[in-house]
Design a binder for this molecule. Structure first.
Ligand code: IMP
Length: 424
């Protein structure tokens, strides 16, 4: 069975943990979009591991991970992550494959990302990793791919790109130029180390499927950060929804058997942009502290709010989710009352879908439904029936609002604090 796991909110839904649990039943794990802006945290054997570029199921021995063509790769970040994984006893040489069609991030992308953020009228709050500018080059057809990096044409491609970026840095930002020679030497060093991992992604997956290997596609970020279906322009620059797996890995839609969306039992968002259910300061602090809601990549405090069923339903629809996994249920353990947003109000108008216009969403007020909290610990539960009755009621209500079953529940950061539900 080939499965896609996607974020169904604004990222940070706990996909790393869910993928870690589900990857027991997979052979090949694939990242298909985004870059090292992502941070997927897995806690295994009491130790925390944060993945940024490498698929997060790789802590299980014997798995193989592919970084697909839709990903943008910062070689320094990737090599650092490979080193950390090797230190954990994973045979990285065998386990990590990189698509020759994935685009490469260079230091000028990062500089432009930071400069654009500091001069733009409306900040997006990017991670500053050069992700957006790298995708700009991809769409402009001037980008450099992993295959280019490892090939003979690299010096000329780099020369052209550096010259163009230096013109931009000088003319738009009065910034000093970057050295072509330094970049060439640095990236040639990376190429030598990455070359043994490079494969042609679509062929690699086609052969794997012919051998009946099971594929698990790991979405990064979330549907509401998707370049098309998110709260544009406050989004990332890639297709974070399930469709992105096909273009970002080179597999046909017909090869996908199931899509699982991941939602937190509440909502968070990092960076700027509309967030209708955002808490006021007292609840914000309480949930942020209890949920350790600080970015795994940038350390930035995450904005927190109630579960927004309009947002999650939109994500279920655009992803075609067959089921959802609910994470961090335990963070709500001591709440007296829990709210779920079931619609929006803009003046006298009611909305039951996420509007395309970010300014309108910013104006919208949430319509809440209140449910009693359970005020007891859920961290020890190992099945749905062991959850407090009020927690069961909350989850059943989410299922009804989203129109799909819950397939997995996570009640803590450890691997053991998660259980599958129903037939999944
Ligand atoms: P970029 O992806 O660095 O360009 O950032 C664009 C927006 O996506 C910003 O609001 C970031 O905070 C957000 N973002 C990017 N990656 C993640 C992630 O992995 N989790 C949560 N938010 C993210």
């Amino acid at each position: 069975m080939n499965l896609i796991v996607v974020g169904a909110q604004w990222g940070d839904e706990g996909k790393g943990k869910v993928i870690d649990v589900l990857s027991e039943d997979a052979d090949i794990l694939i990242r298909y979009q985004g870059g090292h802006n992502a941070g997927h945290t897995v806690i295994a054997d009491g130790e925390e591991f944060v993945f940024h570029l490498i698929p997060s199921g790789l802590l299980h021995p014997g798995k193989v991970g592919l970084i697909g063509n839709g990903v943008v790769i910062d070689p320094a970040a990737l090599l650092e992550e490979m080193g950390r994984l090797e230190a954990r006893g994973i045979d990285v040489k065998r386990a990590v494959k990189i698509s020759d069609q994935a685009h490469v991030i260079f230091p000028y992308h990062k500089r432009l990302d930071l400069l654009e953020e500091s001069t733009r009228a409306g900040r997006i709050g990017t991670t500053g990793r050069g992700i957006g500018p790298c995708y700009v080059d991809k769409a402009a057809r001037s980008g450099i791919r992993i295959g280019d990096l490892c090939g003979d044409g690299f010096p000329e491609l780099l020369r052209r790109n550096v010259a163009e970026k230096n013109r931009l840095l000088r003319a738009l930002y009065s910034e000093p130029p970057m050295s072509y020679e330094e970049l060439l030497a640095q990236y040639r060093g990376y190429a030598k180390r990455l070359a043994p991992h490079v494969v042609h992604g679509p062929r690699f997956l086609r052969e794997a499927m012919a051998q009946k290997k099971r594929l698990l596609f790991e979405g990064a970020q979330g549907a509401l950060l998707d370049i098309d279906h998110g709260t544009y322009p406050y989004v990332t620059s890639s297709s974070a929804t399930a469709g992105g797996a096909c273009t970002g890995a080179g597999i046909p839609p017909t090869a996908i058997d199931r899509v699982i969306g991941v939602v937190k039992a509440y909502t968070t968002r990092v960076g700027e942009g509309p967030f209708p259910t955002e808490f006021s300061s007292e609840l914000m602090e309480r949930i942020r502290t209890k949920g350790k809601e600080f970015g795994a990549t940038t350390g930035r405090p995450r904005r927190c709010g109630w579960f927004d069923a309009v947002v999650a339903r939109h994500a279920v629809d655009v992803n075609g989710c067959d089921a959802v996994a609910v994470t961090k249920l335990d963070v709500l353990d001591d709440m007296e009352t829990i709210q779920i947003c079931v619609g929006y109000r803009d003046g006298s108008r009611t909305l039951d879908d996420v509007p395309a216009d970010a300014a309108l969403l910013e104006r919208c007020r949430p319509v809440y439904e209140s449910l009693p909290g359970w005020r007891s610990e859920t961290g020890e539960a190992s099945g749905f029936d062991e959850l407090p009755a009020a927690a069961q009621r909350y989850l059943k209500r989410l299922e009804a609002l989203l129109g799909v079953p819950i397939c997995l529940i996570s009640t803590g950061s450890k691997r053991e604090q998660a259980f599958k539900v129903g037939c999944w």
